[in-house]
Ligand binder design. Sequence first.
Ligand code: ADP
Length: 402
Amino acid sequence: MSRARKSTSATLPAALRVEPGNTVGVVGAGQLARMLIEAAIPLDITVRLLAASEGDGAAQVSPHVLIGPPAAYTPLARLAAASSVLTFDHELVDIQVLERLEREGHCLRPSSSTLAIAQDKGRQRRLFSARGLPAPAYAFLREAADVDRFGGTHGWPVVLKAVRGGYDGRGVWMPADAPSAMKLATELLDAGIELLVEERVSIERELAMLVARRPDGECAVYPVVETVQRDGICHEILAPAPVDAALAAEAHRLALDVATAIDVSGIMALELFLSAGKLMINEIATRPHNSGHYTIEGSVTSQFENHLRAVLDWPLGDTGLVAPAVVTANVLAGPETVDLHRNLPAALAVSGVRVHLYGKAPRPGRKVGHVTALGQDPVETRARAVKAAAILANRAPVEAGR
Ligand code: ADP
């Protein structure tokens, strides 16, 4: 990477040289950008960041930081001017600003039209139904009475979802019954939140697919994984998922279909429910994804490297697993204060685990790191990853099987 002083204002130091072809501008500077930088180093790719603040996880480890809001035109235009391609570590962007950058000739991967779908659960649901893809029944809510009509047709209980802006289960509500769903919908609609109502699916397992896709449509697909969720938050990722070959092939087909339909460039994650033996699509993300952190140690090519390769339109790397079992356990901060650095040596004493800390303050419920273990046996491998993550977060390890 070229060297430069850290920029603390919305201006890039003039001394920063743009190296055509290998400078990736990343909008957002959280843990995904931090792990992208790690993957960029061996390929001598320069990653420039647009960070909301100097303390952001990736801004802490990069000399190429521009500080500014991710939805405003000026900082984005500056980042784009200093990069060969712009990519994103979150979806909280303004599509009209991105369209303007594209009209001005900047290269955005994924494009504004792909991101417009990724940031809108309503558009995703419409796309899935238009293509005949399996997904939960849904309806847009104009008034609270729409919830009652939906529940009357599709049954109770239901799920309410914010159309935009949700993550880690924030923006997803599971009211227990019809009266509480109506009351909640009234409150949320009154607060100006655009809402969807969905059937509450009885979930056997949650699965996820990752696809890396180049601008010309070439794809590399990772094996299907299981994501173990509690309270709307992903706690563990088990690779490969314990599902049969026919189901894995169907997940692969769905992932390719959606990646093509939204014309994604870069990594796309597809979140799936397994219900009554059948797959249903929950949602997509068009960036590296928490369900793919296992790929750093567990795959021939990590999702971060393949994202960089895809957005630079370079050949994609092998997506195969390097061990029979790969498990990632997220480190989730609990309600009590936790000192991750103090706990780190004890976590590292767990055999063979790889620890990633994101440089984030451990506020309750926040993902502040993850641990990956590789092994021969899924149960033993999972136990090691879960143990090290629990040590880091001062939690009792949760037994496999939830
Ligand atoms: P987020 O965008 O916050 O990740 P999701 O739409 O992925 O929100 O929902 C978070 C979690 O809530 C899912 O992983 C799943 O466990 C649960 N969930 C979401 N939609 C449904 C549904 N229709 N039926 C049952 N559970 C659901």
